[in-house]
Design a protein around this ligand. Structure first.
Ligand SMILES: [Zn+2]
Length: 307
């Protein structure tokens, strides 16, 4: 399955961000039997077993809530067009082993295999990132005392020093560098041996996304990058990244890889990159799958440069 957009970019629920600090409203939504719940069992999403793309991720509260919690309260995802509230909850394997007609599947596999409808994936990214954050922030970073969730899951408050803690989103730049009729792609040791992708790295404190992109490319490949422009972004909930997709102009050609980051990097001709995209590269090389922003950045740059 080749996607026309990266995964996790569709959001269909109204997030109600201006109403999460209304405890009575949130409590009424939790008490409403019409409300629906996405259930994570550890890092895996509980899905209704069924045909691919059938979109079965929502559960009735009475079927999932009693055995739940794992120390994390329900997180509000938003309202659908009918005004039905949707939450995400977390269970451990022992609390909620998948029953008949259920399967617990990691979100990356769900996206790769197209197991649920695309328009749900943005909210599953929202759910996974928030639940992951709650599990790892039960104690105050300021004083060490226990924290408690607030604002329908969008903050935690320390019971001792009252410090407020908010969910994090970590910006990552990912950049397609073009020089003439070639594109710079590299292979990390974590990749399949045939896969080459755009270079990427975390934005550091006090750094623009543009500078981070230039720095990462030079550190990893030795290539200097000039003008940089924003192309698109993608939530990537492993655990809570925002991928900032950019295009850049390569100013130098010589490649010196950082062996801690890459096992190889090359300038590929556009013809070669097209062959990699289409699965007809003579060496069997390929670009990342279409759930990733890397795939779409590469395709976008190919299209831009063929017009
Ligand atoms: Zn504290």
């Amino acid at each position: 399955m080749v996607r026309t957009m990266p995964a996790f970019m569709h959001s269909s629920l109204e997030r109600l961000s201006g109403h999460r600090n209304e405890p009575a409203r949130v409590a009424a939504m939790l008490a409403d039997t019409a409300s629906r719940y996405a259930v994570f069992v550890g890092d895996r999403l509980l899905v209704h077993a069924g045909p691919a793309g059938s979109g079965g991720v929502w559960w009735h509260g009475q079927s999932v809530l009693p055995p739940l919690m794992h120390g994390v309260e329900p997180v509000l995802l938003g309202l659908d067009d009918d005004g039905v509230a949707h939450f995400a909850v977390l269970a451990g394997d022992a609390e909620l082993p998948p029953g008949p007609g259920q399967a617990a599947v990691d979100l990356r596999s769900i996206a790769l295999q197209g197991l649920v409808a695309d328009e749900l994936l943005g909210h599953m990214a929202q759910a996974r990132a928030l639940l992951h954050w709650h599990v790892r922030h039960r104690f105050c970073a300021n004083c060490g005392a226990a924290t408690a969730p607030g604002e329908a899951g969008y903050k935690r408050v320390c019971g001792s020093c009252q410090a407020e803690h908010f969910p994090r989103t970590d910006p990552v730049v990912i950049i397609a560098v073009v020089r003439g009729q070639t594109m710079l792609l590299g292979r990390s040791a974590r990749f399949a041996s045939t896969m080459y992708s755009t270079l990427a790295g975390f934005v550091e404190p006090g750094e623009t996304a543009e500078d981070a992109a230039r720095r990462e490319v030079e550190e990893e490949s030795g290539v200097k990058v000039g003008a940089v422009r924003y192309v698109m972004s993608q939530p990537w909930p492993f655990p809570a990244n925002l991928m900032i997709g950019m295009a850049g102009e390569g100013l130098s050609e010589t490649i010196r890889i950082d062996p801690d980051e890459l096992v190889d990097a090359r300038w590929f001709s556009f013809d070669e990159v097209s062959a990699m995209r289409d699965g007809r590269h003579p060496e069997g090389l390929e670009i990342p799958p279409s759930i990733s922003i890397a795939h779409h950045l590469i395709v976008r740059l190919l299209d831009d440069n063929s017009n």
